[in-house]
Design a protein around this ligand. Structure first.
Ligand code: C2E
Ligand code: MG
Ligand code: MG
Ligand code: MG
Length: 285
């Protein structure tokens, strides 16, 4: 039997696709095992007010911590978790820990928040809402100690349904932040449509501060937009004091980035808070 050149390529293509499929299935099975062993852990990256030096909240960033202590970063499994729908139970596993950690930090009755990344799928049903509501069994934490963030990089297909679900979160006092602002699909229409409270300025616009790059004007327009629409801002991926100062000059005071702290497990966050009291490296006024 002669396949010919096209036939050989076709066969190779089928083999390649089957291999990719089996990789996906293997990953899916591994994630399911990880879920059963509660291996998806929240790491916390503090967000500080550059003027007061006080912690205003943290972003919750998932890490897959294997039994042997190996820490797997999100980019290695989040895409599979999203494709398979397993991002839903992973997020719930995180939240279960997060509200207990909020309680340990004594944040009830304060405005401090833990900001959890969600995907559009979370907004197409009531499941996340129901899960979060059920987590609250007493007054050891408040709904406003939680916030959600959704990336602009991904399209929200069902905007109407998303709005309905979000309005329920807003009723509880849980805010929505726009992640990676300026990079993606939804643009500022999401901000208006979805009732977003806070715009997280993406690292790519922070990186160009102090360079000649034209993207500086994008940064200015994001800040101007936030101001004009009375939205709060957080700068993400801030690495230098120069950036902190530039942002402060332009009215952006909430800073998340290596300049202050990297994402860390809860026990390290507790230690970090003790020594971070005088972290402020800049002085205003
Ligand atoms: P993101 O939500 O935009 O999170 C910010 C990312 O920037 C984090 O990467 C953080 O560690 C990193 N970062 C913060 N400050 C700095 C800095 O000063 N310099 C540099 N170089 N990086 C900085 P991470 O933790 O690897 O997470 C990557 C992405 O994975 C997140 O981007 C988010 O899109 C996704 N992700 C993380 N955790 C979750 C989760 O629980 N659920 C979902 N759906 N996605 C998640
Ligand atoms: Mg985020
Ligand atoms: Mg992102
Ligand atoms: Mg981001």
């Amino acid at each position: 039997v002669s396949l010919g050149i096209g036939g050989v390529f076709g066969l190779l293509l089928v083999i390649a696709m089957q291999w990719l499929l089996s990789q996906n299935q293997t990953m899916e099975a591994l994630i399911k095992q990880g879920l059963q062993s509660h291996e998806f852990k929240p790491f916390y990256q503090p967000i500080l007010h550059s003027k007061s030096g006080k912690i205003v909240g943290c972003e919750v960033l998932v890490r897959w911590v294997k039994e042997d202590g190996t820490v797997i970063p999100p980019y290695q499994f989040i895409p599979y978790a999203e494709d398979s729908g397993l991002i839903i139970p992973i997020t719930e596993q995180l939240l279960y820990r997060v509200v207990r950690d909020i309680k340990k930090l004594g944040w009830a009755g304060t405005d401090k928040f833990m900001s959890v990344n969600i995907v559009p799928e979370h907004l197409y049903s009531d499941d996340l809402y129901a899960y979060i509501k059920n987590l609250k069994t007493d007054d050891s934490w408040d709904f406003k100690n939680l916030s959600l963030e959704i990336t602009e990089r991904r399209k929200i297909e069902d905007l109407q349904q998303a709005k309905v679900t979000l309005s329920k979160f807003y009723e509880l006092g849980i805010e929505l932040k726009l992640d990676d602002a300026g990079t993606g699909y939804g643009g500022f229409s999401y901000v208006q449509e979805l009732g977003i409270s806070t715009i997280k300025i993406d690292k790519m616009f922070i990186d160009v501060i102090g360079t000649d790059d034209m993207k500086n004007s994008v940064l200015s327009s994001i800040i101007a937009f936030a101001e004009a629409s009375s939205k709060k801002t957080i700068a993400e991926g801030v690495e230098t004091n120069e950036q902190v100062e530039f942002l402060a000059k332009h009215g952006v005071y909430k800073i998340q980035g290596y300049v202050y702290a990297k994402p860390m497990p809860f026990n390290e966050l507790v230690e970090w808070k003790k020594v971070a009291k005088n972290l402020l490296t800049m002085k205003h006024d």
